[in-house]
Design a protein around this ligand. Structure first.
Ligand SMILES: Cc1cc2nc3c(=O)[nH]c(=O)nc-3n(C[C@H](O)[C@H](O)[C@H](O)COP(=O)(O)OP(=O)(O)OC[C@H]3O[C@@H](n4cnc5c(N)ncnc54)[C@H](O)[C@@H]3O)c2cc1C
Length: 302
């Protein structure tokens, strides 16, 4: 992770200050506030601010439930009930603001989640740092042969070395040219907003990202999933740990009913019932396509 001495000092200063407040605080997240959690080679995620805790979810839900239901008297039980039944608005009462440093190609996937508020570092105004994501050798995967959006075995030996050489060389050359085009002592220089256009998608950017817990869990369900690209998944996994510290009961329910859950289609459920009744069902007799059947089998195997 690349944090300058100045940035580290600022984080240390923020972490050393405490204030009295009447607001609810989530002790688990309070302990992690401002701290940068390293992700990939130069990236990080850190919590800048948050609102609410598990109790805030329960409090909001009880407004709509009046005195609450008999079956879900305790807070964790009510949270699990809400999660199971897709009663999502109480989770929107909690908010979190993150500072994220991430490669541009990861940011492109991330920004598709439209329900957050974002403010990105301006490369029109500032000069980007010479920081590029170069995958660790164990993450240099070949193209998958069964999934056009997936990875196969890890590249090895000379092929891996050559890929790393190309990545490093291209990043260095592009940044050298970026610098050469910018204003220097002896030249007027190209505007920053234009000079950046030759930079590759593995350069790092940064943003502040604020989102409510319901929409954050939607993001995490998609991006912490095994099918998500590794480079965004590691960010999602880091955020999962923060959410666990922030709202432990909601996170446990999320793990059980979203992250660890699978969804079966109508035909899938019909096959499952036939299998439970002792019938041997194959792809040919399932009524499902090969792709659907492969996913169905994978869901059963876990
Ligand atoms: C494994 C994977 C592969 C992907 N591959 C591709 C790809 O090849 N190409 C590509 O372009 N994208 C791809 N995506 C992105 C994907 O299509 C979604 O854009 C992204 O996951 C954001 O999902 P979302 O719209 O549900 O999330 P959000 O934008 O966070 O929205 C959350 C929810 O709010 C609601 N919502 C938000 N905005 C609107 C709106 N304007 N209208 C109606 N409802 C709204 C919807 O219910 C939505 O589910 C991929 C995503 C994943 C996880």
């Amino acid at each position: 992770m690349s944090l300058t001495a100045e940035q580290q000092a600022e984080i240390a200063r923020s972490r050393s200050e405490t204030r009295e407040t009447r607001r609810v605080v989530a002790e688990g997240l309070e302990a992690r506030l401002y701290e940068a959690v390293p992700v990939l080679d130069h990236g990080f995620v850190r919590v800048i601010d948050y609102m609410g805790d598990d109790a805030a979810i329960v409090q909001a839900a009880r407004v709509s439930y009046g005195q609450g239901t008999k079956a879900a008297r305790d807070d964790a039980g009510l949270i699990r009930y809400l999660m199971r039944h897709w009663h999502s608005t109480p989770f929107e009462m909690c908010e979190i603001k993150l500072h994220v440093k991430l490669p541009v190609f990861v940011a492109r996937q991330w920004i598709r989640h439209r329900t957050a508020n974002v403010n990105e570092y301006s490369a029109r105004y500032s000069i980007l740092d010479r920081e590029f994501y170069i995958p660790a050798p164990e993450n240099l995967a070949a193209q998958s042969t069964v999934n056009n959006q997936g990875r196969g075995a890890v590249l090895e030996g000379a092929e891996a070395a050559e890929v790393l050489r190309i990545l490093k060389e291209d990043s260095t050359r592009a940044y050298d040219h970026y610098e050469a085009m910018l204003a220097q002592d002896d030249q007027q220089g190209l505007a920053r907003e234009l000079a950046r256009m030759n930079l590759p998608a593995n350069i790092y950017t940064q943003w502040y990202w604020k989102i409510d817990l319901h929409n954050l869990m939607h993001f995490l369900r998609l991006r912490a999933d095994a099918h998500a690209q590794y480079e965004i998944r590691v960010y999602a996994e880091a955020i999962c740990e923060l959410v666990k510290a922030w709202v432990p009961a909601a996170y446990a329910a999320f793990e059980d009913y979203r992250l660890g859950a699978v969804q079966f289609s109508g035909p899938g459920m019909a096959c499952l019932r036939r299998m439970l009744a002792g019938e041997t069902v194959t792809q040919e007799t399932s009524g499902m396509s090969k792709g659907e059947w492969r996913e169905f089998e994978a869901a059963l195997k876990g």
